[in-house]
Design a protein around this ligand. Structure first.
Ligand SMILES: Nc1ncnc2c1ncn2[C@@H]1O[C@H](COP(=O)(O)OP(=O)(O)OP(=O)(O)O)[C@@H](O)[C@H]1O
Length: 305
């Protein structure tokens, strides 16, 4: 038996002239929590729809649990739990009716697999009589996850499950994913939030349908090739323009309340400090900082361009 649970082998898909996924290959190990990290339009939804057997690729092959997503599409549907990015529940059905509906469709009962969703369901149980359409964003996602899990899938495909969800619910949602992973379920999850990448066993960074890199989050940031500095001054607005116009800065982008800057070969932090002082910047602070997945994404995107 293959040690891979999901294999994507040179998959490509275009919509007319728009190339959504271009020749993408990756594999996800059994029991792995694997993140597809990329901004809007990276092709994440298209890839998930192909893996969930809802769309045919133009070329390439993919298997889930060793089953071909095209030839064995029926069998694939039986072993996956799919949570599409957009609302997947029946808004007029109550919380408990949604769960019962998904269990019935898969020929099982809520009772039979209750233990799988117990932790999650307990949090939404107080609202079990409420129509799903009237739940908060975080609650909806918890119910959608429960519905995707109720038939005990081998592989969970979660397309942007935390987009538009508040930070506390996002944290809770990821805590649930880690628990499910520990129970042996393979999870492929996409997210545009770079901070969520660090919670995955391995990640693939994608942009414009192409893979920029795949590794553990630690492996990705460990390969950052140069020193990175967090730079601030009293006039952050003008600082951006001044960094962009400085040939000693190889790259600069906004990161929280600082700018993350790399320096051109031969330029030292002291050179940047005096350059900014000469331009009249006050309270300049330049500190070396550890690169994050977002910094790696920016660097790899730039290389690609
Ligand atoms: N049905 C469609 N017809 C034409 N273009 C499409 C269609 N669906 C997606 N696209 C385009 O294909 C590209 C990839 O879209 P996709 O939805 O797969 O990306 P994504 O990473 O999931 O982003 P998002 O979060 O915005 O959905 C985008 O440029 C998108 O505009």
């Amino acid at each position: 038996m293959s040690r891979h649970s999901v294999v994507v082998d040179h998959i490509a898909k275009s919509y007319g002239r728009v190339k959504a996924v271009g020749n993408l290959s990756l594999d996800v190990g059994r029991g792995e929590l694997f993140g597809i990290i990329g901004p809007d339009g990276a092709g994440k939804t298209t890839l998930f729809r192909i893996l969930a057997t809802l769309m045919l690729p133009d070329s390439g092959r993919a298997t889930v649990g060793g089953l071909d997503v095209v030839a064995d599409y029926r069998a694939v549907r039986g072993i996956i739990g799919y949570m599409p990015g957009r609302f997947s529940l029946y808004p007029d059905l109550t919380v408990e009716e949604n769960l019962e509906f998904f269990a019935t469709v898969f020929g099982t009962t809520v009772e039979a697999n209750r233990h799988l969703v117990d932790d999650i369901y307990r949090q939404i149980e107080p609202f079990r009589k409420r129509p799903a359409g009237k739940l908060s964003g975080g609650m909806k996602q918890k119910l959608a996850l429960s519905c995707a899990l109720i038939h005990k899938p081998e592989v969970l495909l979660l397309d942007e499950p935390t987009t538009g969800v508040d930070p506390v619910s996002r944290k809770e949602f990821w805590a649930m994913l880690l628990k499910l992973r520990n129970e042996g379920i393979t999870i492929l999850v996409s997210t545009p939030y770079m901070d969520e990448a660090t919670l995955c066993d391995r990640i693939a960074l994608v942009k414009d349908g192409s893979l920029l890199g795949t590794d553990t989050p630690g492996g990705i940031v460990g390969r950052y090739p140069t020193a990175l500095y967090a730079v601030r001054s009293a006039d952050m607005h003008r600082l951006m323009a001044d960094l962009a116009g400085y040939t000693g800065a190889a790259s600069a982008f906004s990161f929280g309340d600082t700018f993350h800057v790399t320096l051109a070969p031969g330029t030292a932090p002291a050179d940047l400090q005096s350059h900014l002082a000469a331009l009249g910047h006050k309270a300049v602070c330049i500190e070396q900082t550890a690169p994050t997945v977002e910094d790696c994404f920016m660097l790899l995107s730039k290389k690609e361009e």
